[in-house]
Design a protein around this ligand. Structure first.
Ligand SMILES: [Zn+2]
Length: 1095
């Protein structure tokens, strides 16, 4: 290494000094490109030293040594990281220690040299794994300690010594030896900051932090920091400043420390110093650490709501004593709102500013969670209830059991009745609705006052035939409309920002209808673009939808429909420093309390009138419509609002989904919105995802659509305390804020914001009704009502296949024997993307393409498109009205509390009895933390391999077929990523549809299909956010993949795969893994090959 100079001989001629000067100048410029020059110059010095050097009196050369060392330190600093490793590997550490020993023999030792050497050692130490050992063996350990003992007041020298000491003590033997020498006590005498830091290294953090607080060190530290901040104007002592902050950070890990920090005015000191540091990018380290400390010490607030229990309560037919609802409502009042000041030990989201996304958290979870019980890993077909009980489900399988002619008749009857089959569709009224005789009859839900639906404030005015400014060529159908769009006889409230009408503001030369009441709204004609949408039909559907809050309003986006934009919506690039500036704005609430308005403008806890009217200085919020979820809006500053989401009905948490309306905005003003009670520890909002916005003004101008919007989006832990009751028993937790800024482009607009593209239950009913219209005589489509939900809504069940070609026995036989495909979606109401994928599937299946025809001829599709209608309707994110996650109830669903799951499972059990187990089961979901679309499946082998449990080869007999479908999808669906798929059976998932259908029903290809809420990082849509078009395409591609699967299984490739697999079984696990990869690639090649001429 060029920097290692032999100091035993030092040339004194001017050439060396000149070269040194050259080096120093270069270092001053700190240019990396000059490294090569530096190398040359150093080489020259080395050469000079070696060739001309004559031994002189050591003390006369100390000065030069120091100079050279200093130069080297600077050089090392320039190329640190890249070169220190090489320096170490070339024995640099040893040379430095030797220098240290030599220097210590002089009396008195040169302070400057000691300082430089220790600084250099502090840099080299962490890179050298044997640093501690070398230090002990050379005696450097004692040199450093003695030096410190002799220089207790010399802070300049102590700092690098302490740093070196810290590295020494990472070696256990050294640490013990240091401890015996009373170093810890010594440390406390010297400087509190480093002491704390140093001691932390020895894992005595809490005790010593407490000691530090008792000693009044917080005030001292703050004063020191402020002093350094003021005097270190050229930022040459970042390390010291950082060190002081790190000490503060450690001390404030304990409650006492935080208290002392607040009392010492720490918030203001760190806020002010950081603000002054903001313009200097190199001080980011200080700013970020300061920000971390301030966030930690920010006094915890409680959410501005009277209770975290949902604003809505639903009376269950029975409340199991051990269930979540009983627990929730048996708590003494107020207990869920305790703000506890416990220490949150998780330093997790220190700074997500430059954080790169990683999915590792998922994997970590997975490892703990892998099912290791071989008994449970083996699918044990369990038909559950006896056939006699299940017979009642026969009516949902007319195509299987009955004489076809009869079935056909019943279909025709169905078709002729004009209703859509959700509500009592045939003459035998009510018969299609379970409860079955064997199941306990669900008691009807608590009586809801029926809405008065006779009038709706929408009247078609056919007379007005003026030019429409909607680009679509159709007749300008005009509606007199009020905002909000109301059902029933509820008085109108407002239009936009204060009573002016839509028509006049968006440039319509037509009606000049002044004065709010009868404002004219043009409904965009989207019939051509949205074949399954019809605003009038939507309103009809809403009338039959029963919500717990008895909503009487309709959100415009659901009414107008959504036409996916044609432009691309790239993932949002994160601007550097966004999170920090948002956090600083939050901290300012404490620093400048007088700037805070704290004015509630919407409050669901005032049921009579949640919208708080004012003088027009605030935005107006509303979410009292299907799938709406906003509990409270608080105006914090003039253009900033804190928003609180409502918990799922009958629960006290699960906040993620949101859907609300905003009006009364100013054009061009930047508004900041903060959703302050988010629960997950990270979010795709930190990785490019934007919120969705729908503008009514845009819609009536012919652009009815949700668009990704919002700038400065970030997601971080905030200062609102989370009750341990709502955080799974963990204390000291906080909520997270999702913040975004936006401007509005239209005056008097009504805008909507949502977590993802809304898809209401009424939308589903409308789509199903419109699907009927797509039926041709060749299509067999039946819509049944599987059961009633707790909330009194129907759960649609669809059967789609092709009519038999004729009434001949052969054809009827082929018809009945088609393999079954069982699909479901939307068990989790917040995962609206699942519904859009399902829409794609349904539309494709009802289509006229040859592929659709083949699919219908090849399979019978059984589809439950919405497993949790009540959750969807009431704006829940995760649960049903029972306050439970329905996708954790499949092991033992309760017919009263989980009717949709109970009856769906019964359908599958019935099929087992009939020996008609479906070929594929797939439950559509949405994923909030990952990109792309992918699948979870179940494989014994892959689970065993992940878990390291020992299993006999017979345990591992498994058909590889479970991989085929996802593999095909990864080839044909651009959004689909095989790499994100997993086939491991987790313990925590043992009561999900996927695992139960695999284990009990015996469906080998039982999947959860997860679609991203955010976007893609691979394939054709890489870098883009996902939209409804891509989601619907995914649903269609899923169907296409089934067709390929059929051809593959038909070609008996399966047997081939099985043979390969058996071959593998005889080898050891390691070999198996290797072979497994080979097999995978084999399978891949094979599929690629098949794929080219498959369709
Ligand atoms: Zn889900």
């Amino acid at each position: 290494m060029f920097w290692i100079v032999c100091f035993s001989s030092v040339p004194s001629n001017s050439r060396v000094l000149m070269l040194l000067g050259q080096l120093e100048r270069m270092n001053g410029e700190a240019m990396l490109k000059d490294v090569e020059t530096a190398r040359q110059v150093t080489a020259k010095i080395l050469h000079l030293i070696q060739t001309q050097g004559k031994r002189k009196h050591a003390h006369t050369h100390t000065h030069i040594k120091t100079n050279i060392l200093h130069t080297q330190i600077s050089l090392l600093a320039v190329v640190l990281g890249r070169r220190v490793g090489v320096f170490v590997s070339k024995g640099g550490t040893g040379v430095l220690f030797q220098l240290l020993i030599n220097a210590s023999k002089e009396f008195p030792p040169s302070e400057e040299l000691m300082l430089q050497l220790h600084s250099l050692l502090a840099k080299v130490g962490p890179k050298d794994r044997k640093f501690g050992v070398k230090a002990r063996l050379t005696g450097a350990l004692n040199v450093t300690i003695n030096l410190m003992k002799q220089n207790l007041l010399n802070n300049k020298l102590l700092l690098p010594c302490l740093q070196v000491l810290r590295v020494y003590s990472s070696n256990l033997v050294n640490a013990v030896s240091l401890g015996k020498n009373g170093v810890v006590e010594l440390m406390f005498k010297i400087v509190a900051p480093y002491t704390v830091d140093f001691v932390n290294e020895q894992h005595e953090c809490e005790t010593n932090a407490r000691r530090a607080v008792d000693g009044g060190f917080v005030t001292v530290l703050l004063a020191l920091y402020l002093d350094w901040h003021r005097n270190d104007t050229r930022h040459r002592h970042m390390l010291i400043r950082k060190g002081l902050l790190v000490s503060l950070r450690n001390i404030t890990n304990i409650k006492l420390g935080r208290k002392a920090f607040i009392e010492a005015d720490g918030m203001r000191i760190l806020y002010n110093t950081s603000t002054e540091c903001l313009p200097v990018r190199t001080l980011d380290l200080l700013i970020n650490t300061s920000s971390l400390i301030m966030r930690k010490c920010f006094p915890k607030n409680r959410l501005p709501v009277p209770t975290i229990k949902s604003a809505f309560h639903f009376q269950l037919p029975n409340v199991p004593a051990a269930g979540p609802v009983a627990q929730l409502y048996n708590q003494p009042p107020g207990v869920d709102d305790v703000v506890d000041e416990s220490d949150d030990n998780e330093e997790a989201d220190a700074d997500t500013e430059n954080d790169t996304e990683n999915d590792d958290d998922d994997k970590d979870l997975l490892n703990d969670d892998i099912e290791t019980d071989l008994n449970k890993l083996h699918p044990k077909r369990n038909p559950g209830r006896p056939l006699e009980e299940l017979r009642v489900y026969e009516r949902f399988f007319l195509e299987l059991s009955e004489d076809f002619q009869v079935a056909k008749m019943s279909i025709l009857t169905n078709r002729n009745s004009s209703c859509i089959g959700i509500k009592d569709c045939n003459s035998t009224k009510g018969k299609h609705t379970l409860p079955s005789p064997s199941a306990p009859t669900p008691t009807p839900p608590a009586p809801l006052t029926p809405l008065e639906l006779d009038t709706i404030h929408l009247t078609k005015d056919q007379d007005k035939k003026e030019k429409s400014h909607i680009p679509s060529p159709d007749t300008g159908t005009k509606l007199h409309i009020q905002s909000p769009l109301l059902l029933g006889g509820i008085a109108s409230r407002r239009v936009g920002g204060g009573g002016s009408n839509f028509g006049s503001d968006c440039g319509s030369e037509g009606t000049e209808d002044e004065g709010g009441e009868g404002a004219v709204l043009e409904v965009p004609d989207t019939a051509l673009l949205l074949p399954l949408h019809d605003p009038d039909l939507y309103v009809e559907m809403v009338k039959g939808t029963r919500s717990v809050p008895e909503y009487a309003e309709v959100a415009y986006p659901d009414y107008f429909g959504h036409v996916a934009p044609t432009f691309k919506e790239p993932l949002l690039e994160r601007v550097y420093g966004v999170q920090r500036s948002k956090i600083y704005q939050d901290i300012e609430r404490l620093i400048h309390p007088n700037d805070i308005l704290d004015k509630a403008v919407y409050d669901l806890d005032i049921p009579s009138c949640p919208v708080i009217e004012d003088n027009g200085e605030s935005l107006k919020f509303n979410s009292q419509f299907e799938s709406g979820n906003l509990r409270k809006a608080v105006q914090v500053r003039k253009y900033e609002y804190d928003l609180v989401l409502n918990s799922d009905v009958n629960s006290n948490h699960y906040h993620q989904w949101f859907y609300f309306e905003v009006s009364g905005m100013r054009v061009g003003t930047v508004y900041r919105f903060n959703i302050i009670n988010c629960e997950k520890s990270n979010s795709q909002f930190n990785y490019g995802m934007q919120v969705l916005m729908y503008s009514v003004q845009e819609a009536i101008s012919g652009r009815p659509r949700w668009v990704r919007t919002g700038a400065d989006i970030c997601y971080y832990k905030n200062h609102f305390a989370r009750s341990s009751i709502a955080a799974g028993g963990q204390k000291g937790k906080s909520y997270y804020s999702m913040t975004f800024s936006t401007t509005f482009s239209h005056k008097d607009d009504v805008c909507y914001f949502a977590y993802h593209y809304p898809y209401t239950y009424s939308t589903l009913k409308m789509h199903l009704a419109k699907l009927e219209a797509l039926r041709t005589p060749q299509i067999y489509l039946r819509q049944d009502n599987l059961c009633e939900t707790l909330g009194g809504n129907g759960c649609p069940l669809l059967t789609i296949t092709a009519m038999p070609e004729s009434n001949s026995n052969d054809h009827i036989c082929q018809f009945r024997n088609r393999p079954l495909i069982f699909l479901s979606a939307r068990v989790h109401p917040g995962e609206t993307n699942a519904s859009w994928v399902m829409k794609g599937t349904l539309e494709f299946l009802m289509g006229t393409s040859p592929l659709a025809v083949s699919l219908r001829e090849g399979f019978i599709f059984k589809i439950v498109p919405m497993l949790n209608p009540d959750g969807v309707i009431n704006g829940n994110h995760r649960c049903s009205l029972s306050g439970e996650d329905l996708n954790r109830q499949w092991l033992n669903p309760n017919p009263e509390l989980h009717p949709t799951i109970y009856h769906t499972k019964s359908l599958l059990q019935y099929l087992v009895h009939m020996q008609r187990t479906p070929l594929v089961f797939c439950d559509y979901h949405g994923h909030s933390r990952k990109k792309n679309v992918f699948m979870y499946g179940c494989s014994v082998k892959e689970t065993v391999w992940q878990s390291n449990i020992t299993a006999s080869s017979s345990d591992l007999q498994e058909d590889l077929g479970y991989r085929t479908l996802p593999k095909i999808l990864s080839q044909i669906a651009p959004a689909f990523s095989m790499g994100s798929c997993s086939f491991v059976v987790e313990r925590s998932k043992e009561s999900t549809a996927r695992v139960v259908v695999w284990r009990e029903i015996g469906v080998q290809r039982s999947y959860t299909m997860e679609s991203t809420l955010c976007g893609c990082d691979q394939g054709k849509y890489k870098g883009l956010q996902i939209g409804t078009r891509e989601l619907e395409e995914m649903g269609a591609q899923f169907c296409v993949s089934l067709l390929r699967l059929k051809r593959l299984t038909g070609l008996r490739n399966h047997q081939h795969l099985l043979d390969l697999e058996n071959d593998i079984m005889t080898h050891t696990k390691v070999v198996r893994l290797v072979k497994w990869r080979i097999l995978q690639s084999h399978l891949h090649t094979q599929l690629m090959h098949e794929g080219t001429h498959m369709l």
